[in-house]
Design a binder for this molecule. Structure first.
Ligand SMILES: [Zn+2]
Length: 679
């Protein structure tokens, strides 16, 4: 469970659903293996299946996964490396000299202690549950909400440090809508049968968990009903994910007096003091309507409803760290949403928890062993090449006025690049990790992160901060920092391969870099200026032309279906689809520049450099996915499914049609009238 951080970050892909458990990880020996193709499909009809059909046929989703593709393969490889580090740290135990390695050793070992977890059962949360059971009035409900927040459990709403969207040098307090356990508001409110079924499963799941902490079946069922009632009431005023994409509509900076007026029932002074920050005077409230409703619900919902809700938050926040009865039930319900059939082995789960918890301690050990200065240097060169091409393209854009071009240039020039790992690692000297129940260590880390977050409020922005751990197979752009960030974890094959030809590296990592750069100029990123402030820098005419282009991309993706009846949401995925389109065109131009400078290499396996560029792009999106996860992601993920991330952008690019000899009328050639030309 992560602490709230309101900082926007536009990622390259959703975090992988789980690390792999299969031993049959294929070792790819060629940067592009022709065996992965399906030549029975025409590249001009369905490029994704032409490029990946062979691979897709022989790589079903392993039982411990909901998806299996390039991201998952690489992530599995990284997780195996993390395990090597952790096993070795655990073998040296508490005797090793390095304090961070000692903490890693104790943290990982306490997670691995299955006998201890079985013996303890629900004991690690018993005292907290008793506290809640003894609550006799609403002031105590509020105090418990604050207490859970200090333990990293986001009951009712989210609260944390955030960069001020209109003054990017300042860190202020931020409050988000929250308090739900299901993935999205729709899961509580949508009347369709598939959502109703999930709700009914969810209610059973909550009841089973209550039984595990000692409630009888009747009481557990009644309490589950109370939990669903509170969460449904919180879901109603929650904004949709599409509504949350509008940064102006979600910016409501106010004084603590104004917050007290908005939500007068809640005692904010004690909440803030409970967080150790009685001095908080400025808060950005993402969704004031939500806070108003939550506030009145505190007064109106029965006390027993709130007590059940708080108890559930404690159980749910701890379940995955407790005995197998809790872990299994937590997994069972999660698998109804994801389609994952088996749990990962314990050591792999523990490696993931340690990566999430002691992020910099493990990250530092990881890069020391698995990331070279040479890899960092090569990635940096690629970023510089892409930046230079992006500058050229801005200059040659036919639709944009010189006034806006100057602003766009300024923004691009101000980009910060972060590659591999943070320059400054977190100092864990104030964090105590001890042998004993794993939950205690998880709570110690959550409290450490909470203190860190609270201490940032009122301080200047820390520009050294990273939003991802080094082994992560992903990347992001932050509009408020105006920075692009590439963790060490993604700077490897098939994204980046020092032994591959330029075409493959530009179609993979080059397009990833271009993607993150384009986020600075997608429908959301374009609303922030070079300093990371939410401020319009566009002329009215240019903004209108830009919106016409982005509208074409939104309707293009609205027309794509997954699982026959479920549609991609063009508005939810707009920023990512724009980033893919921009990233691919910029990286293609960078490849052309490299070919012009170095000369054209011979074809490889019969493919031209241009063809290999697009095949490399398709290759990173190959995946098999469970129907459950496909559905979940359509509802919640701002990234389109890999099939459409391949076919969507390439069918907008005349360079693709030229590379594969596709003709007007072919499915992979969108008519010029609906083809967006943006970056
Ligand atoms: Zn992205």
């Amino acid at each position: 469970m992560r602490l709230v951080n309101r900082a926007l970050a536009f990622t390259f892909a959703l975090a992988t659903s789980a690390a792999a458990q299969t031993s049959a990880v294929p070792i790819q020996t060629k940067p592009l293996d022709p065996a992965n193709l399906d030549r029975s499909v025409s590249a001009c009809t369905d490029f994704y299946h032409f490029a990946n059909g062979g691979w897709i046929k022989i790589h079903p989703v392993p039982a411990a996964f909901a998806r299996w593709g390039s991201f998952d393969e690489l992530s599995e490889n990284n997780q195996t490396n993390l395990l090597t580090i952790l096993r070795s740290a655990a073998a040296s135990g508490s005797t090793q000299a390095n304090a961070d390695l000692r903490k890693l050793s104790v943290y990982y070992s306490s997670c691995m202690d299955s006998a201890g977890a079985e013996h303890a059962g629900g004991q690690p949360i018993a005292a907290e549950l008793s506290r809640i059971a003894a609550i006799g009035n609403r002031a105590q409900v509020e105090a418990e909400i604050a207490r859970l927040h200090s333990m990293g459990v986001r009951a009712v709403f989210g609260f944390g440090a955030t960069q001020d969207a209109k003054n990017s040098t300042a860190v202020i307090a931020g409050i988000n809508q929250g308090g739900l356990s299901l993935p999205d508001r729709d899961y509580y409110l949508n009347p369709e049968k598939r959502y109703a079924d999930i709700r009914s499963n969810y209610k059973d799941h909550v009841a089973r968990m209550f039984q595990l902490v000692g409630e009888n079946p009747a009481q557990a069922a009644a309490d589950a009903q109370r939990v669903v009632a509170v969460e449904t009431a919180l879901a109603k005023p929650a904004k949709t994910r599409v509504e949350l994409r509008d940064p102006n509509a979600n910016y409501h900076k106010m004084t603590s007096a104004e917050l007290a007026q908005l939500a007068p029932g809640f005692s904010w002074p004690s909440f803030f003091s409970g967080e150790g920050r009685a001095d908080i005077s400025t808060i950005d409230v993402q969704n004031p309507v939500f806070m108003k409703v939550a506030d009145s619900l505190l007064a109106s919902a029965p006390l027993d409803d709130w007590k059940a809700y708080l108890r559930w938050n404690v159980i749910n926040g701890a379940a995955s760290t407790l005995s197998s009865a809790f872990v299994n039930e937590d997994f069972r319900f999660g698998s109804t949403l994801s389609g994952t059939k088996e749990m990962l082995p314990r050591e792999k789960r523990c490696a993931r928890y340690t990566d999430n918890g002691l992020r910099d301690a493990l990250g530092q050990a990881y890069v020391a062993q698995y990331f070279t200065p040479a890899a960092k240097q090569r990635a940096l060169e690629m970023v510089h090449n892409l930046e230079s091409v992006f500058h050229d393209r801005i200059q040659t854009l036919g639709w944009m006025s010189d006034t806006t071009k100057t602003q766009a240039e300024t923004k691009l020039t101000a980009f910060t690049n972060k590659i591999g790992y943070p320059d400054k690692w977190r100092d864990y000297s104030t964090l105590t990790i001890q042998p004993g129940p794993f939950l205690n260590n998880v709570l110690a880390v959550r409290q450490y992160e909470r203190r860190r977050s609270m201490a940032r409020i009122g301080q200047p922005v820390d520009r050294a901060e990273w939003g991802m751990t080094p082994p992560t197979v992903n990347a992001y752009y932050s509009p408020q920092m105006n920075e692009i960030v590439f963790p060490a974890g993604i700077l490897q094959p098939p994204f980046f391969d020092p032994n591959a030809d330029d075409a493959v590296n530009y179609g993979g990592m080059g397009a990833v870099i271009g993607h993150e750069m384009t986020h600075g100029f997608d429908d959301q990123g374009a609303q922030f200026d070079a300093q990371g402030n939410l401020r319009n820098w566009w002329t009215a005419g240019d903004l209108e032309k830009f919106k016409r282009g982005t509208g074409l991309v939104a309707s293009q993706f609205d027309s794509y279906t997954v699982l026959d009846s479920v549609h991609v949401n063009g508005k939810l995925t707009l920023g990512e689809n724009l980033a893919d389109l921009g990233g691919l065109s910029i990286s293609y131009a960078a490849l052309q520049k490299a070919l012009a400078e170095k000369g054209r290499p011979a074809n490889i396996d019969g493919f031209t450099p241009e063809q290999r560029f697009f095949l490399a792009w398709a290759q990173i999106w190959r995946a098999n996915t469970t129907p459950e996860l496909a559905r979940l992601r359509i509802n919640t993920d701002p990234h389109s499914p890999g099939e459409w991330r391949t076919n969507g952008p390439v069918s907008n690019l005349p360079q693709f049609a030229a590379a594969f000899g596709c003709k007007p009328g072919d499915p992979m050639v969108r008519p010029e009238s609906v083809r967006p030309v943006i970056w």
